[in-house]
Design a protein around this ligand. Structure first.
Ligand SMILES: [Zn+2]
Length: 288
């Protein structure tokens, strides 16, 4: 089994030691290569979803409802960990504030792993597994798509799916009956194959994004009707796809910049990392 499929084992075995949460729809694991003090991955279990590109799958409100408990659990677990380490005071308000301001939730626009996974991680970004510019920029540029971004698109999709010639009540417009909606216009210029699966990957060593024709290792189960229709994606030309991949790749090469104070570091990753460590210790008065 290739490295890209390594997350499947946690879906198949929720008893694995890295699994911190499991329910009917999801498992949550501790990232094996944490980039931050707390770094979790939320993995939807459904075979029909797991090989759909995240930027498509996460526009589906049914999926979002299914994974929300796991995401909330992961955020609270991060707060719990910071309380345990005496980094934040143990009050409900401060825990909530921590979750809202210091925990990032989102996906890579070109995931390196085949199974759909949502990152939930604290913003410190200074752990040993944060090793290079690509790692940092993958979480701190537009390469990283915040989950909240899809909230807007779900709302937009609901609006688009309604009949513009009639006045539809907000209750109807927000109806979960996506099955009856016309195909949505996919705005994404991401490398997605005709069936919505991921068709690009990042080379972990060379920082180059490759496009290949079939990234998924096995045929996903039959797609459920409520999964976003992929029809418009199939019209993407190879040229468009390559341009999009290049634009995404460029995000990873951007000059380094502290997410907090915006100080720039160019290509000086070691200095950025030291700076991030200082930011962390200054903020939480942490001692190594
Ligand atoms: Zn800074």
């Amino acid at each position: 089994m290739s490295f890209r499929n390594n997350l499947q084992q946690y879906i198949d075995n929720p008893g694995h030691e890295l699994v911190v949460y499991s329910d009917e729809h999801t498992v949550v694991i501790e990232d094996k290569y944490p980039k931050s003090v707390c770094h979790y991955l939320v993995l939807p279990k459904d075979d029909a979803v797991t090989y759909i590109h995240p930027c498509i799958a996460l526009k589906d409100k049914f999926l979002r409802e299914k994974i929300t408990p796991a995401i909330e659990f992961a955020k609270k677990l991060a707060a719990e960990e910071f309380v345990k380490r005496n980094l934040i005071p143990d009050t409900p308000n401060l825990r909530a504030s921590f979750c809202n301001t210091y925990v990032k939730v989102g996906v890579h626009s070109v995931p390196s792993m085949a199974n759909l996974h949502i990152h939930v991680l604290t913003r410190d970004m200074h752990l040993p597994c944060m090793k290079n510019r690509k790692h940092y920029n993958s979480f701190n540029t537009d390469f990283f798509v915040e989950l909240s971004k899809f909230d807007e698109e779900i709302e937009t999709s609901s609006d688009e799916s309604s009949d513009s010639s009639s006045s539809i009540s907000s209750e109807t417009a927000n109806s979960p009956d996506i099955k009856s909606s016309p195909p949505r216009k996919i705005q994404s210029q991401l490398p997605i194959s005709a069936d919505g699966r991921i068709s690009g990957s990042i080379d972990g060593n060379s920082r180059i994004i490759r496009v290949h024709s079939d990234a998924a290792p096995r045929t996903p189960a039959k797609l459920k009707p409520n999964v976003v229709t992929m029809r418009t994606v199939s019209h993407h030309s190879k040229t468009t796809k390559n341009t999009a991949v290049q634009q995404i790749s460029d995000q990873l090469k951007k000059p380094l910049q502290c997410w907090h104070c915006t100080k720039t570091f160019g290509g000086r990753f070691v200095q950025l990392k030291e700076h991030l460590r200082g930011e962390f210790h200054g903020r939480f008065h942490a001692v190594d």
